[in-house]
Design a protein around this ligand. Structure first.
Ligand code: COA
Length: 407
């Protein structure tokens, strides 16, 4: 059987961040709550000349350039977002225009909170598997701005960013057998944004409960699809990447997995297994969420990029378990079988480099950016061009005749 999966991957994060120390000071909260309690240090802040479209195009452009892919070769373009810019026109269509992707391409947007990107990825893998031609390529992009109300409990978990994945046969990075995937979904109100609301309504504690319930359901189906007995999953996986709205959510998720997998063991033994497996299998994927915050749909894939940059060739030939969760709720547990000889892909990620190049902003600058709506944005082309750099190739300049303008 021909393998299908991900051949390359890239991330884009906005050029600014606010430190959690600064946010805590402004909100009158002990900084330890954010830094120790949630495990976060910095949150990405998106300027008004960027949006879900520019971040998506900026991430995808890296993938096209580094793989030498002609945009005409892309036959499926899926963009997942819950930060859409229009009720009708898909973010994917804006991206198609910016990247000059041809007309013989299926282009659509997916929304299912933070899970949508995984749904789009699985659909793209399945479509390419079914198609006889080996040249078919899919581009799956996850792009989001996690923005809560000023002073809301979720504010400290904000972030922004986009991840793009190139899907094809005989993939260079990892293959995915989607028939093994364990899924879970249920109609719940844990996090939602009614039409017309600029920020979501969140039942934070309930969303954690829903997440853990979905993890349990998805893992149980995955294990049974794989024909693995309860208790064997931890040894089977070399690494696990959980959806991470904030860093310590990965701790809560891993603790729950240990409870399920080591049921009946005394608490002391469970704690020992937790500590060891967390530092070996989970911690190497945490860099992104700690430095960027929540990027919703792309979160779990930012975890994969963090893992690759941290563990490098140690990940070759390894099995990575991915748990994707989206409020509302939908979830999937899938397995990435890593290929060998992936050093050049890892060298081309440049994630740490992007993080290091960012500028720290003050709390006042953050509130200025986040108080303005996109309808109030206007930049002259010369001014907008000055915002471009090696990673920021596309910027938003405002509306003309009710149409969003990009250069
Ligand atoms: N020093 C160290 N730790 C501290 C602290 C201090 N001074 N003050 C609080 N903490 C700890 C708490 O004990 C808690 O840790 P725990 O969960 O391990 O017990 C953590 O910091 C957060 O504190 P808490 O009071 O629970 O925060 P909160 O009520 O402000 O909300 C969320 C936390 C995650 C619910 C909130 O940020 C949110 O709604 N986020 C958006 C939704 C989300 O991300 N959901 C996740 C599933 S999708």
């Amino acid at each position: 059987m021909v393998e299908v999966g991900v051949s390359d991957i890239a991330i884009y994060v906005p050029p600014f961040y606010l430190s959690h120390e600064e946010l805590a000071k402004a909100r009158g909260v002990p900084k330890e709550k954010y830094i120790i309690g949630l495990g976060n240090q910095k949150m990405a802040v998106i300027p008004n000349w960027e949006d879900a479209v520019t971040m998506a195009a900026n991430a995808a452009m890296q993938v096209l350039e580094k793989t030498g892919t002609d945009p005409e070769e892309i036959q499926q373009l899926v963009v997942s977002t819950e930060s859409g810019v229009d009720h009708s026109k898909a973010v994917a269509s804006f991206v198609q225009g910016l990247l000059k992707i041809g007309t013989r391409c299926r282009v659509y947007e997916v929304k299912h909170a933070c899970y949508g990107g995984t749904a789009g990825l699985v659909d793209s893998i399945d479509r390419i598997s079914r198609n006889g031609k080996t040249t078919r390529k899919g581009l799956v992009i996850m792009t989001d701005i996690a923005k809560y109300g000023f002073g809301n409990a979720g504010e400290s978990t904000q972030g922004a960013g986009a991840v793009a994945l190139l899907v094809e046969k005989n993939p260079r990075l990892c293959s995915v057998d989607t028939s093994l995937n364990g899924v879970f979904s249920k109609d719940v109100f844990d996090f939602w944004r009614p039409t017309g609301h600029r920020v979501p309504i969140v039942d934070g504690k309930f969303s954690i409960e829903c997440y853990l319930m979905a993890l349990e359901g998805a893992v149980s189906e995955f294990r049974s699809n794989l024909g693995l007995e309860q208790g064997k999953l931890l040894d089977y996986m070399d690494y696990i990447i959980y959806h991470m709205p904030f860093t310590n959510m990965a701790r809560k998720a891993h603790r729950r997995l240990i409870e399920i997998e080591r049921e009946g063991k005394d608490l002391e033994t469970q704690e020992e297994i937790y500590n060891q497996t967390f530092s070996d299998k989970v911690a190497p994927g945490l860099m992104g969420v700690r430095e960027v915050g929540n990027i919703y749909t792309g979160s779990v894939y930012m975890g994969l990029i963090s893992l690759l940059e941290n563990e490098r060739e140690k990940t070759e030939g390894k099995r990575i378990g991915i748990f994707s969760y989206g409020s509302g709720c939908g979830a999937e547990f899938l397995l990435y079988n890593m290929q060998t000889k992936i050093s050049d892909i890892i060298d081309s990620l440049h994630f740490k480099e992007q993080l290091d190049k960012r500028k720290e902003i003050t709390f006042e600058q953050y509130t200025q950016f986040y108080s303005k709506s996109s309808e109030e944005v206007f930049y002259y082309p010369d001014e907008a061009s000055s915002f471009k750099n090696r990673y920021t190739k596309f910027v938003f300049t405002g509306f003309k005749d009710h149409k969003r303008q990009y250069i």
